[in-house]
Design a protein around this ligand. Structure first.
Ligand SMILES: Nc1ncnc2c1ncn2[C@@H]1O[C@H](COP(=O)(O)OP(=O)(O)OP(=O)(O)O)[C@@H](O)[C@H]1O
Ligand SMILES: [Mg+2]
Length: 486
């Protein structure tokens, strides 16, 4: 079986299930209990996209997806599957891959700047309460008005200190800036530093185009974020991936419904995102998932249990792979029921029962057909990947890092003049006894309290679904990211 119009996901005696390239931006879900075959399914999908010329980004939580970088080898299990699925011409193949790692150990360091992450995500990352978040928003605005760049944690810390020292004179313009809130933000930053967050903020920041590469043979490059360390900091992990999605959303142009996606994004351990995101952020996530489709980005959430995904998001995941679920406890049973109900029934398939009986690498699947309608549920064996099932050895990874097209581009931190240096030099010159903000035109007549400002900007963003352009702009500023300054 070969399928030029899509990816062969798997099959049974009667049917081959193909994920259509043209429907791949309608998102998807891969769910199932531990050890049921989620990662291998993800591998098969990622390979399929790569071969179709679609770049892929994925987070590798256990390190086993690094096997995508080398050709697989024959095993009885794979032989058998090739025979069962009648995969004529099955070969072992490697995929073009680039490795990333926030900590810079198992891949190129992946960074963003404080101002690109923006106050909304940063507040969620730091677990700030409403008042503290309001203060953080104000600090961003003050930095902006003062022409100070917030690139790394050092910048943010010196900015916070400066605001604390000048709170009185800043108050008319920005409202009350209580020292105790600033101190709380400082403490949260310390925790983040202990988790290694320091390395994540700074320059050179990631250029998104580097995640959207096609190799010389026309295969999409698979960007693998080694998250084996990062996953131990669930909040940093999920906010980082969310930041990346928000950036893609903001920066990519509208393409409508393309023949195939511009990028496919796999979000592993997705429950972490939905567990840690505060409510205001969940609404944003739902919006981004809904709107990013027309930018040609397909998002695939990978999680143990479909109940982990909020209903509004779940409803937007068109292509579904459900591996086995256990049904020991009442909660388990509820999850099985919910999972079963998300499928379009097929006569002769007792979805609810089958979910608990599926073998490893076997799944219930439904994809969107060429008209965008979900196909009736099929019980299938998932097609085996052509690359290695299992991790790379240290030396193999090292060799790939040496050969990486981005070698040298991100490896050294760059520390240009930003808020920290600027404030330090101002203090040495004693230049800033009075913050120069009082008589800016057009503002400052009656300062909103900061919480008011925060609420306003949130309401504004939620209420806007006017034009694409507007939504894009508003969503962008809602996530709080600013235009890149180069
Ligand atoms: N489609 C498949 N073809 C061949 N073998 C498979 C397939 N799917 C799974 N397997 C086998 O089952 C093992 C476990 O699968 P996998 O690692 O994908 O589970 P998982 O659901 O990701 O587990 P965890 O939740 O622990 O990460 C694999 O190492 C592989 O040996
Ligand atoms: Mg896995």
């Amino acid at each position: 079986m070969t399928h030029s119009e899509g990816i062969l996901l798997g099959g049974n005696k009667q049917t081959a299930v193909v994920l259509h390239h043209g429907m791949a931006n309608r998102h998807g879900l891969v769910a199932g209990a531990t050890g049921t075959g989620k990662t291998v399914t993800l591998q098969t999908l990622a390979e399929g996209f790569s071969r179709a010329g679609v770049p892929v980004f994925l987070s590798d939580v256990k390190g086993d997806l690094s096997g995508l970088a080398v050709a697989g080898s024959s095993s009885d299990r794979i032989q058998e599957r090739v025979k069962q699925l009648k995969l004529a011409g099955y070969q072992h193949n490697a995929c073009p891959t680039v490795f990333w790692d926030i900590y810079g150990i198992n891949g190129h360091p992946l960074r963003t700047t404080i101002s690109e992450m923006g106050p909304l995500l940063l507040a969620a990352l730091l677990e700030l309460n409403d008042v503290q978040s309001g203060v953080l928003y104000a600090v961003f605005r003050i930095a902006d008005d003062q022409g100070l760049l917030l690139l790394d944690l050092k910048d943010l810390k010196s900015m916070l200190n400066w605001v604390k020292d000048n709170a009185k004179s800043l108050q008319t313009e920005y409202g009350s800036l209580p020292a105790q809130s600033i101190n709380a933000i400082m403490r949260a930053l310390l925790v983040l530093e202990e988790q290694g967050g320091e390395q994540f903020f700074g320059e050179p920041a990631l250029n998104l185009q580097d995640l959207m590469q096609i190799d010389f043979s026309g295969n999409g490059v698979i960007s693998i974020l080694d998250a084996t360390q990062l996953i131990h900091q669930p909040r940093l992990y999920s906010m980082f991936l969310l930041w990346l999605l928000a950036e893609l959303f903001e920066q990519l142009p509208e393409v409508g419904d393309p023949d195939k996606p511009k990028l496919v994004f796999f979000f592993d351990e997705a429950h972490l995102l939905f567990d840690t995101a505060p409510k205001a952020l969940l609404e944003k996530i739902e919006q981004v998932v809904r709107l990013i489709r027309s930018k040609g980005v397909g998002i695939y959430f990978v999680t143990q249990n479909p109940l982990d995904v909020p209903e509004e998001v779940l409803g937007q995941l068109g292509n579904r792979v459900q591996h086995a679920l256990r049904a020991f406890t009442p909660r388990d049973q509820k999850a099985v029921k919910v999972a079963a109900q998300t499928f379009r029934p097929k006569p002769g398939v007792n979805t609810e029962q089958v979910i608990t009986q599926l073998g490893v690498g076997e799944a219930l699947v439904s994809v969107l057909d060429t008209r965008g309608t979900p196909t009736p549920v099929e019980r299938v064996l998932i097609a085996p990947p052509q690359s290695r099932i299992g991790p790379l050895q240290g030396a193999e990874r090292e060799e790939r890092l040496q050969r990486s097209p981005f070698r040298g581009k991100y490896d050294q931190t760059l520390d240009r003049t930003s808020a920290y240096e600027e404030l330090k030099s101002r203090s040495e010159k004693q230049m800033f006894s009075q913050p120069a903000v009082a008589d800016k035109p057009g503002r400052g007549r009656k300062a909103d309290t900061i919480v008011e400002t925060l609420v306003k900007s949130t309401t504004r963003a939620i209420g806007s679904s006017l034009g694409r352009q507007i939504v894009r702009g508003v969503l962008g500023s809602l996530f709080g990211g600013k235009k890149r300054r180069r």
